[in-house]
Design a protein around this ligand. Structure first.
Ligand code: AMP
Length: 278
């Protein structure tokens, strides 16, 4: 695997590969890799000649400085995992390589920016689109792979690609879970033994809602789900919502595809998860 930390070098190398007609698949990450990330790499490998992974803990998408500070950065272990997964290129730039001082960014993303995650993490999606735009511009991938785990993020990036007419195909990959149902996340390492047990209420509740999904009783399901999560020790619910999977607006009995999305603090760790109802 080739490892690059500068924009100029990775661009030069990729230009050579592209001139040979090789197709490129890209996976953007913040590192602390787990099997969720590796599933994206595997999917990219199946469909492309060259797979590029970026590891960059993007400061502009963190609205909580403590969260940014404690974000895990096990780069040596990550590099080893990517080698084993057969990734071809790792792009791991320092912050100064991607951002000039006081750089301004704003994209008119519309209402989706302020819903759900946007409400609890103001400015988050401006930071996400800022960094993903920069990475797309540097890497120029044919296809980019993102996880359903960050469902709203996928929709926001789709919107950016449409708004800016970016020449990249986006693929959403399924959520990879631990055996007991917890969605894999780099933040899970912050969970204490007790938190880890309590965290299961999120995937359990999502599954319960899926099994009991009834278009005519969306409000009732939402209340029962929120009550179940709030009743769990050490868990503080931010939102549990059944929404239209295409717009993230509240679902109604007429909504064709529905997604249930949840965010909660488990101990000191903020977790998100979701399940498509149909
Ligand atoms: P992150 O490093 O958390 O920014 O995530 C990088 C990419 O991996 C994003 O597209 C995430 O949606 C995806 N991802 C994170 N966790 C999982 C998971 N458990 N299953 C599938 N994809 C995931």
């Amino acid at each position: 695997m080739k490892v690059f930390t500068t924009t100029r070098e990775v661009q030069q190398y990729l230009a050579e590969l592209r001139s040979k007609g090789l197709s490129t698949g890209f996976v953007a990450t913040m590192g602390a890799l787990h099997h969720g990330h590796l599933s994206l790499i595997a999917q990219a490998k199946r469909a492309n000649d060259i797979v590029i992974c970026s590891i960059f803990v993007n400061p502009t998408q963190f609205n909580d400085p403590a969260d940014l500070e404690k974000y895990p950065r096990p780069i040596a272990h990550d590099t080893q995992m990517l080698e084993q997964a057969g990734c071809d290129i790792l792009f791991n730039p320092p912050v100064s390589e991607l951002y000039a001082d006081n750089e301004h960014w704003h994209l008119a993303l519309g209402e989706i920016e302020h819903l759900l995650e946007g409400e609890f993490r103001p400015g988050h999606y401006q930071g996400v689109t800022q960094v993903v735009y920069k990475l797309f511009n540097i890497i120029k991938p044919d296809t980019a792979y993102f996880g359903q785990k960050d469902y709203q993020q996928f929709m926001v990036i789709t919107k950016m690609v449409e708004l800016l007419d970016l020449p990249v195909k986006l693929i959403m990959c399924p959520i990879i879970r631990e055996e007991d149902g917890l969605a894999m996340s780099s933040r899970n390492i912050h969970l204490t033994v007790e938190d880890r047990l309590h965290s299961l209420i999120l995937s359990k509740t999502l599954n319960w809602v899926k099994q009991n999904f009834d278009r005519n009783n969306i409000a009732g399901l939402q209340i029962k789900a929120a009550d179940a999560i709030n009743a769990e020790d050490g868990v503080s619910l931010e939102y549990f919502e059944l929404t239209d999977a295409d717009t993230l607006q509240p679902a109604s009995p007429h909504t064709k595809s529905v997604v249930a999305l949840v965010a909660a603090r488990v101990g000191k760790t903020r977790l998100i998860d979701n399940v498509l109802m149909n």
